[in-house]
Ligand binder design. Structure first.
Ligand SMILES: [Zn+2]
Length: 286
């Protein structure tokens, strides 16, 4: 009986020990947290099966501009090995939490306060982030360095399809003027060699104040006189002024390019960008 009991005990001990070993092996996996899902995708692509990435804002119905962290967010950030965020004011709340190590995409690509904060619309910046993460993970976990480098190269190959698409669009853009509801798509427009004709109007929408009467009038005139190649509308934010502008575009046969601030559900970053860039290409070919 005693023998049986001790056997049973030792079995329990073994199981428990095994379980705790398992748990510590899991904890050793690299844990990354990102403020938004487009950066989370980059990190996961590079890490592959060697780590876990959690994106705090991963729902298209959450506007990152208005996000406030919860206690759960604070806990996730404190536990992560690396915190990836946008920077230049876009998600500065994350810096107030207790992260062990931070990586700001803005500083990585030399953006400063006051620059357009929608850096993920700048495809070369996404390539830089992929390269940076490959280097970082390779140093942290040297035995898997080749794996990270290979993952990064595969992802960069996909991203380069987007730069090719932009270059092709640029050939036909010829510096034409366009108007935008807000500055979210501006980096892509610059790569495509379009000129934003209503920067002041767009800034007001971004700051969630109404554009001035004179800014509205100017944009209405541009649309009425068809002085813009197209109008870029962020469909994720709702504003009466913008809705009316979109209507005016339709009445005047000015094409609308529909974009979103964050990744649509079920789409990868490349699929998302391709779908938006191709709208521009379609307008060019019409
Ligand atoms: Zn924005």
């Amino acid at each position: 009986m005693l023998k049986k009991l001790s056997l049973a005990l030792s079995l329990i001990v073994t199981i428990c020990f095994g379980l705790s070993l398992n748990a510590s092996a899991q904890a050793a996996k690299t844990q990354v947290i990102t403020t938004t899902d487009f950066y989370g995708e980059v990190a996961q692509e590079v890490l592959g099966s060697k780590g876990k990435v959690t994106s705090i804002i991963n729902n298209p119905s959450t506007d990152p501009h208005d996000f406030e962290p919860t206690t759960k967010t604070a806990k996730q950030v404190a536990q992560a090995d690396l915190v990836i965020y946008n920077g230049i004011g876009y998600d500065s709340w994350v810096k107030k939490l207790n992260g062990k190590k931070y990586l700001a995409v803005a500083s990585l690509v030399g953006k400063k306060d006051g620059d357009n904060e929608h850096i993920w619309y700048d495809v070369p910046a996404m390539i830089s982030l992929t390269e940076k993460l490959a280097t970082y993970f390779s140093k942290k976990d040297a035995k898997n360095a080749d794996y990270y480098q290979k993952n990064a190269q595969a992802y960069i190959k996909e991203l380069k399809q987007l730069t090719t698409l932009e270059t092709n669009i640029a050939k036909q853009a010829k510096g034409q003027k366009v108007a935008v509801s807000e500055p979210v798509f501006d980096y892509a427009l610059t790569s495509m060699e379009y000129k934003v004709a209503n920067k002041h109007f767009a800034k007001a929408t971004e700051d969630e104040s109404d554009p001035s009467y004179s800014d509205i009038k100017k944009l209405q005139t541009m649309i009425n006189k068809k002085q813009i190649a197209f109008f870029v509308q962020n469909t994720q934010s709702d504003s009466k002024v913008i809705d009316n502008m979109a209507k005016l575009c339709q009445e005047n046969d000015v094409p609308i390019v529909k974009v979103t601030e964050t990744k649509p559900k079920g789409k990868t970053y490349v699929q998302w960008m391709t779908q938006e860039f191709k709208q521009v290409q379609k307008i060019q070919n019409n």
